[in-house]
Ligand binder design. Structure first.
Ligand SMILES: [Zn+2]
Length: 298
């Protein structure tokens, strides 16, 4: 019996592989098993990859313009949909209730970048999951808000150009008794138990503005540099804007990420890419207040 079953399995294996390679034409198959160490064949091999480690001491501290947030304070048109896509939890950014899209400009950006989507990278009960590190520290969760340069028609077009995308990154950190709850973030994190399974979707009631997802970080205090997407195929199309302040969130909220599952039913944990070489790229740091008080490390 057993050997018969094994024989059958052997016969089925080539079919299984064929199936995978057929699928690959439509959709790239990859996972976080090695945190990207085995993505050589599917990722760009350029010299401006992301994430990198950020450090105030190694940054150019320049009087950059602040980032301007357009329509970030206006509520998004609901219902908002949260999706477990097997790699992360993703939310498309719809129009706001005034029929416009949230956008950013300023910093190193030329022109407007329209908000398209939001997702997260996280760790596990015993590891942190941020992609960038700040002053040698990594954090529990890193949230990305992806924006497309308005001069390109969609994300795919934008991802082909150096100036195609801009991402806002915000770090989240587990603290024992957070003395503040961020209503926007809280709504999204509260919906995580409903998207545990691969391809699970849930709706979040409207009444949420994109700005609420930023909590109370000082948006004038950030690192910015030119890099890449951190998921295959890692196109070098991203101007990164990483806030240096960190949002405190409770253990019970952030631990919900660790219960999610990927397309194979495995625990979807540690979905971050390992840190890439900086290769002499300039990293700019904009101090929120005065230069002397720069980064407070909180
Ligand atoms: Zn990301």
């Amino acid at each position: 019996m057993q050997s018969n079953a094994f024989h059958k399995l052997l016969l089925l294996l080539p079919l299984a592989y064929q199936h995978t390679s057929n699928d690959a034409k439509d959709e790239l198959h990859w996972n976080y098993e090695t945190n990207g160490h085995n993505w050589e064949d599917i990722c760009s091999s350029g010299v401006r990859q992301s994430p990198i480690s950020l450090n105030v001491q190694k940054s150019l501290i320049v009087p950059l313009p602040r980032i301007v947030f357009g329509n970030y304070d206006i509520k998004l048109r609901g219902p908002l949909t949260l999706l477990n896509n097997g790699h992360t939890v993703h939310m498309d950014v719809p129009e706001t209730t005034n029929g416009k899209k949230p956008f950013i400009t300023g910093g190193l950006l030329k022109g407007r970048y329209v908000a398209e989507g939001l997702h997260f990278h996280w760790g596990s009960p015993d590891s942190r999951g941020s992609e960038h590190s700040i002053n040698k520290q990594r954090f529990d969760v890193e949230m990305h808000i992806v924006h497309r340069n308005a001069k390109y028609k969609d994300i795919n077009e934008a991802a082909k150009s150096k100036d195609g995308l801009a991402v806002i990154a915000v770090m989240l950190k587990i603290v024992k008794n957070p003395n503040i709850i961020f209503p926007g973030l809280n709504k999204v994190l509260g919906a995580l138990p409903r998207v545990t399974k691969y391809k699970a979707k849930t709706t979040i009631p409207g009444g949420l503005s994109l700005g609420q997802m930023l909590g109370n970080v000082n948006p004038r205090d950030f690192f910015t540099y030119r890099g890449s997407l951190t998921t295959p195929v890692c196109q070098e199309a991203v101007t990164w804007n990483v806030f240096s302040q960190v949002l405190p969130v409770s253990y019970s909220s952030l631990s919900r990420f660790w219960k999610l599952r990927d397309s194979e039913g495995h625990r979807l944990v540690n979905n971050f890419r390992h840190v890439q070489q900086r290769n002499g790229r300039p990293v700019f740091y904009r101090a929120g207040k005065d230069l002397s008080g720069a980064y407070l490390g909180k």
